[in-house]
Design a protein around this ligand. Structure first.
Ligand code: ATP
Ligand code: MG
Length: 874
């Protein structure tokens, strides 16, 4: 067999089906666009479901793809079986009601025997037990000997999920040879051993299953097939596992090099760690390039789990420091040609990896020690199940995903109490939810708006006009449909068409009024629910009834301010890209009449210099007076023009593209200015981090900027008045004042020192001589311990054979300081011992060295007594 590389096989497959009239479509993102039930794309068919279900029309009836897939369900197989990865590519050909069984199988045969040139005698097929049609195709049309066509039951060869489209399948196997087999005379496809490797599954969706379990033939049956690219490469390259094929081996070699651990050196555990790291780095590299960031939920959590599991296996192999970006580089080397996004986003990928690695490295050692400690305690107590609270602590404090803890426990034959862990997690989520929820937040339920049908969608007329004559379709008060709303009431109004923009895509809803004769409603906000625009109103005059003709009028100034900030947001995004680089992508935004907030992917704080540059670039675009243009076009057209789209966002067939000349072009449904000059000016007022890898800037424009300046002006004027100077002079005056204060402080210090020097002199004069010791005692309220120490040093410098017992009272607390002159030390005087007994008198304690000691005490009224006691002691 020809040793074809993985990248070659992919190309051959797609070209083969293209020659058979299929539309070649690039791999869809790992993030499901249209399928909320799926967390990550796990098969070639998954992103095409709407076509199979008849919800959308496919661009062509024959399609072919090579799809990136993640199957976390296979995570436990990784490292243990030869044929599983958490990441793999699945190639497939698809027919949406076009060709069927015979065509799919004969083309399949043609591809593997004439193009890949697999030896025919080593190919086997399985079919569903009573699919005689498939049997006949394999035997009569293809010429496969009967004994190599294996009939298997429903579990293996019938594809169905609950009710709906389903059907039998036929799998194609390659016989790797007896040496891989279990030796059983019955060994054939379906056997658990590694001899027959399944590489291509053809699914014939030909029935519709109903609730009673009846199978009705579909009028237009479909074909979907899945061929594991890595497995095919494994067959073609005659390797014993997917980890030995060209592309994956390149990565595994990298892990071997970094860890210094030899592969297949007889230590099974090390091999498993090597393979786990190799596999996981592929998954995470692709996930990050598809816009997933590590987090504690959903896809982000899967990513974090894989990353942290890889990090732990890195530790087990003795790898020190960061290693993932280096390995991701290898993934990009082998897959970058087929997936250019990997190359385009490589710096971003490395950054995400190193940030997450660094985060976990802070706690992984501690966490590992703690879990080992827990295991020891369990063993000693004769138990095997770790309490939920401890599992939770490992998660919450040390960042150990549950699955990682479970895995580590399993290595010591222990388990985790997952139920109580989950209960604690739920508790934490509940608390977070409660903290987030605000009272007036309206989440419309289906049942509340259930009386509307899809045809009732509100038509938005507000791109072209701010006033519209509309009809009231519904009035909802206290979440119930009613017939009218009267002055004094608050409620919600739905119109047939409206100029009011509903909060969407980060842009705030419009404000304004709705009038009907004398009746007047104030529109406070507008939200979108289903495809309806719901106006939140306060009725201030008269009564408005369902069916009334009304005039809907948007507050022009408010709308203008919103438009300013929205167009400014686009300009800023373009400026950010120009200054910081193309890795910037929008992570969230909020546009209101007051200002704008823009969240974007970036890994470090933006420097003051860069902020200034971004501002300058943005304001230049404002001053250029560039026309703002909106066009609707197909998604593909929009992509061709290079318009910025939101990462992972789902767009309809036609999209609206808003461009500010050549400066910025974005897919956007919002309301904008006619010309960039109308922004006035853009000022960034803050920049900070909001999550790992996400920064936020806030900015203001036009009116907001005017108000900001007015407020700052007032502040400056007030400050100038306090400083008794002109506003233009406040900086000079403030600096002068600061200098003045500094000089005063210095002077005070000097005076203090002098006065202490004087007191030192006085104190020595008043010293008592006892047994050849000069004892100085004194109380100095209001001075701190540092001053006491200075004083005691001065005393010691002035006089030999001196012992100082000083006290100070500050805020009701007593501090004692005792110091002993050097020549007295050899006579056995010890400051630490003295102070212990002295401080005790005033309700304190302490100790210290022989030459100097200090102590605190509680009772200021006993200070004199304590000082007198010092005399007795000496
Ligand atoms: P298996 O039983 O080996 O796990 P499967 O029945 O789950 O395979 P399918 O769902 O039929 O596989 O997927 C279609 C093809 O995708 C398979 O024939 C196989 O070649 C490939 N495939 C499935 N899972 C993986 C995996 N984890 N790693 C690599 N390739 C895979
Ligand atoms: Mg499987």
């Amino acid at each position: 067999m020809e040793k074809l590389g993985l990248n070659e096989i992919r190309k051959m497959f797609l070209e083969f089906f293209e020659s058979k009239g299929h539309l070649v479509h690039e791999s869809f993102s790992l993030v499901p666009e249209k399928d909320k039930s799926l967390i990550l794309i796990n098969s070639g068919m998954a992103p095409l479901k709407p076509y199979f279900a008849g919800l959308e029309t496919p661009p062509r009836k024959r399609m072919t793809t090579c799809q990136k897939c993640i199957r976390t369900g296979d995570i436990e197989n990784i490292g243990y079986t030869d044929r599983h990865g958490t990441f793999f590519e699945m190639m497939g050909n698809f027919s949406f009601g076009d060709y069927f069984k015979e065509q799919s199988l004969t083309w399949g045969w043609e591809f593997i025997t004439e193009h890949l040139k697999l030896p025919k005698e080593r190919i086997w097929a399985t079919i569903y037990e009573n699919d005689d049609e498939a049997f006949a195709i394999w035997r009569d049309k293809i010429g496969m000997p009967e004994e190599r066509i294996v009939r298997l039951g429903k579990d293996d060869n019938f594809w169905e999920i609950g009710i709906g489209p389903c059907g039998p399948c036929s799998e194609i196997y390659f016989d790797r040879g007896e040496e891989y087999g279990c030796g059983s005379p019955d060994c054939k496809p379906g056997c658990d051993c590694d001899r027959y490797i399944e590489f291509w599954n053809h699914v014939f969706t030909q029935f519709d299953r109903d609730e009673e379990g009846n199978y009705t033939p579909l009028a237009h049956p479909n074909i979907e097939t899945g061929m594991g690219l890595e497995r095919m490469a494994c067959v073609m390259q005659e390797t014993d596992s997917i980890f030995a094929i060209d592309t994956i081996k390149h990565i595994l070699d990298g892990v071997v090099k970094i860890s210094g651990v030899e592969y297949q050196n007889g230590k099974a555990k090390e091999d498993i760690s090597l393979r786990i790291i190799t596999d996981h780095i592929r998954s995470v590299t692709f996930m990050i390039s598809d816009g997933i960031l590590p987090s504690n939920e959903g896809r982000g959590y899967v990513l974090r789990r894989l990353l942290r599991r890889a990090a732990r296996h890195g530790k087990l192999l003795g790898i020190k420091g960061s290693f993932m970006p280096e390995l991701a580089k290898l993934v990009i080397e082998v897959s970058g040609d087929a997936y250019p996004a990997l190359v385009e986003r490589q710096d971003y990928i490395f950054k995400v990896l190193s940030v997450e690695e660094e985060k976990f490295s802070e706690t992984i050692d501690q966490g590992t020690n703690i879990i080992n400690e827990y295991i020891k305690e369990l063993k000693e107590a004769g138990k095997t199940e770790l309490e939920g609270e401890k599992v939770f602590k490992l998660y919450d404090t040390y960042g150990f995903p549950l699955e990682l803890t479970v895995e580590i426990l399993e290595e010591s034959d222990c388990t985790a109490d997952e139920d109580s862990f989950n209960a604690l997690m739920e508790q934490q989520r509940e608390m977070a939810r409660a903290a987030r929820k605000s009272d007036d937040e309206i989440a419309w339920q289906d049942e509340e708006l259930g009386f509307f049908t899809a045809d009732d969608a509100t038509e938005f007329t507000g791109y072209d006009t701010l006033t519209d004559e509309s009809t009231v379709k519904a009035i909802i008060i206290n979440r119930k449909p009613v017939d009218e709303i009267t002055a004094g009431q608050e409620g919600n109004i739905v119109l047939d068409h409206t100029p009011f923009y509903a909060e969407m895509g980060g842009q705030a809803g419009d404000k304004g009024i709705i009038t009907c004769g004398d009746a007047k409603l104030i529109v406070n906000d507008v939200v979108k629910a289903k495809n309806l625009f719901v106006h939140k109103v306060t009725a201030v005059e008269g009564t408005v009834k369902k069916g009334d003709k009304v005039t809907a009028q948007v507050d022009r100034v408010n709308r203008n301010n919103i438009a300013r900030n929205h167009t400014a947001t686009h300009i800023l995004q373009a400026a950010l890209k120009k200054v910081l680089g193309d890795h910037i992508s929008q992570a969230g935004s909020s546009v209101t009449a007051d200002g704008l907030r823009f969240d974007f992917t970036h890994f470090e704080a933006v420097s003051k210099e860069d902020i200034a540059k971004i501002e300058a670039v943005a304001n230049e675009a404002v001053d250029e007076f560039i026309d703002v243009d909106t066009k609707t076009m197909s998604v593909d057209e929009a992509k061709k023009t290079g318009a910025t789209a939101l990462f992972g966002e789902k767009y309809g067939d036609t999209v609206r593209v808003v461009s500010v000349g050549d400066f910025s072009s974005e897919l956007c449904g919002g309301t904008h200015l006619k010309n960039s000059g109308q922004v006035g000016a853009i000022k960034i007022i803050s920049e900070n981090g909001v999550a790992a890898g996400v920064r936020r800037i806030e900015a203001i424009t036009g009116n907001g900027l005017y108000r900001h300046i007015t407020e700052e002006d007032a502040l400056i004027n007030e400050t100038a008045e306090t400083l008794k100077t002109q506003p233009s002079n406040i900086a000079v005056k403030a600096a002068a004042l600061t200098d003045e204060v500094k000089a005063y402080k210095k002077e005070i210090e000097e005076l203090k020192r002098q006065s202490m020097g004087d007191s030192a002199g006085d104190l020595i004069k008043s010293a008592k001589e006892i047994n050849g010791v000069k004892l100085v005692t004194g109380q100095f309220d209001g001075i701190d311990i540092n001053d006491l120490r200075t004083l005691s040093d001065q005393l010691k410098a002035k006089e030999k054979s001196i012992i100082n017992v000083l006290a100070a009272v500050n805020d009701g607390k007593v501090t004692f300081l005792v110091s002993v002159a050097d020549d007295l030390l050899e006579k056995g005087y010890h400051a630490g011992n003295l102070i212990k007994q002295i401080a005790k008198v005033a309700g304190g304690g302490g100790g210290g060295k022989a030459d100097m000691a200090q102590a605190g005490a509680k009772d200021p009224s006993k200070v004199a007594e304590a000082l007198a006691f010092a005399e007795t002691l000496i």
